[in-house]
Design a protein around this ligand. Structure first.
Ligand code: SP5
Ligand code: ZN
Length: 360
């Protein structure tokens, strides 16, 4: 029996409390809220997981996967926005984009960062639903520290650690943010584990949405295998432009990306089978990062998948049975009433899989 998987935590998550998501130009209620992490922590503490405070880590760990220009933008965007008076005129309290450098606008001309504060956001953001408020950067930076602290535990010999990252991260590429995400915690963790434990590292993303960020960051890099199971973007689901089966990597990364697509309405049978396939594919890596979105669950307001708590437990078991040093990073999951139990079940399955190994 392994010791209970530690929960790594940063209080800074609460400083990101968006007032709205701009959806089709309309202010709609934000769903990526502080209550999410608080609900998960409560469930995991009740299940006996020890809490470990995140420690500060150097920016170099972020620069391993992100463009310094994106990091500088995120760190300063809210101060720039308020200095430009935009909360008063036109009355937008949070940093949002309005104009995007569509490749078909620019052709072969490289985009430059716009001079106007109100136009700059569109250089870095790829959707309108990922607002930057007064505490967003502190929260996102704390989330990265949370993932990196979990890496420290695992590199130090813990079989697994769970990073309760909020805001989530798996949609963020090297230089662009969106999808309620600001820093790609799973990619940051994979790079840190690669430094400490060697190549290759695997990322298995079980969030209901495609893990486009890690796919993009490591697309030409065979040192990090990236796999994602998600609802088929061709059937109308975010991130719409990416996540298709033919996206397999390029150059040194050819064959190192896997996308497994599920139809809306899919439940435990096909979803657990897909996770098992990604687990088999990850076997032989030196370390594993699980991008744990629990929004594939039935009842989640952001996805049409119908996975149960038992399905998440089975996914955890399959991933734990690999016996790899494992960092689990929180991604999506938007029903505060059920996400704690879903994460607890996944970690229980993971611990079970680790204990039983290949003998279960
Ligand atoms: C981390 C994560 O799970 N991000 C997923 C974000 C997907 N958001 C897609 C939003 C599509 C529009 N939904 C309408 C909700 C209106 N408030
Ligand atoms: Zn998601």
């Amino acid at each position: 029996m392994t010791a209970a998987i530690p929960l790594v935590w940063s209080d800074a998550h609460r400083r990101h409390a968006p007032t709205a998501e701009i959806w089709l130009g309309v202010r709609t209620p934000a769903v990526e809220l502080p209550v999410r992490a608080d609900a998960i922590r409560a469930a995991l503490e009740a299940a006996g997981h020890p809490v470990v405070a995140a420690t500060a880590h150097d920016d170099a760990a972020l620069e391993a996967v992100h463009d310094p220009a994106l990091l500088a933008f995120l760190a300063g965007a809210y101060a720039d926005w308020t200095a430009a008076g935009l909360p008063d005129d036109p009355g937008q309290p949070e940093v949002v984009p309005y104009f995007f450098p569509n490749p078909a606008l620019l052709g072969t001309i490289a985009p430059a960062v716009p001079a106007a504060t109100w136009a700059r956001t569109g250089f870095f953001a790829f959707d309108t639903m990922t607002p930057i408020g007064p505490g967003t950067w502190a929260a996102a930076r704390g989330g990265a520290d949370t993932a990196l602290t979990a890496c420290d535990l695992v590199a130090g010999g813990a079989p697994a650690a769970y990073a309760c990252c909020r805001p989530p991260g798996h949609h963020v590429t090297r230089a662009a943010y969106g999808g309620a995400c600001y820093l790609n915690n799973a990619a940051i963790a994979a790079a840190a584990l690669r430094d400490r434990l060697g190549d290759p590292v695997a990322i298995v993303d079980v969030d209901a949405h495609h893990g486009n960020g890690a796919q993009s960051i490591f697309y030409a890099d065979g040192g990090v295998r990236t796999g994602s199971v998600h609802v088929d973007p061709a059937q109308g689901w975010f991130p719409h432009f990416l996540g298709f089966a033919g996206e397999a990597g390029e150059g040194d990364g050819t064959g190192a990306n896997r996308n497994l697509l599920l139809a809306p309405g899919s439940g435990d049978g096909p979803w657990v089978a897909a996770v098992e396939e990604l687990a088999r594919w990850a076997s032989g890596a030196r370390a594993l990062v699980v991008a744990l979105g629990v929004d594939a669950a039935a009842g989640d307001p952001e996805s049409p998948l119908q996975v149960t708590q038992d399905g998440y437990r089975a996914a955890g078991r399959a991933l734990g049975a690999l016996g790899l040093p494992t960092v689990v990073v929180q991604e999506g999951g938007y029903d505060p009433g059920t996400i704690g139990g879903l994460v607890a079940a996944t970690l229980a399955g993971l611990a079970d899989g680790i204990s039983n190994g290949g003998h279960g």
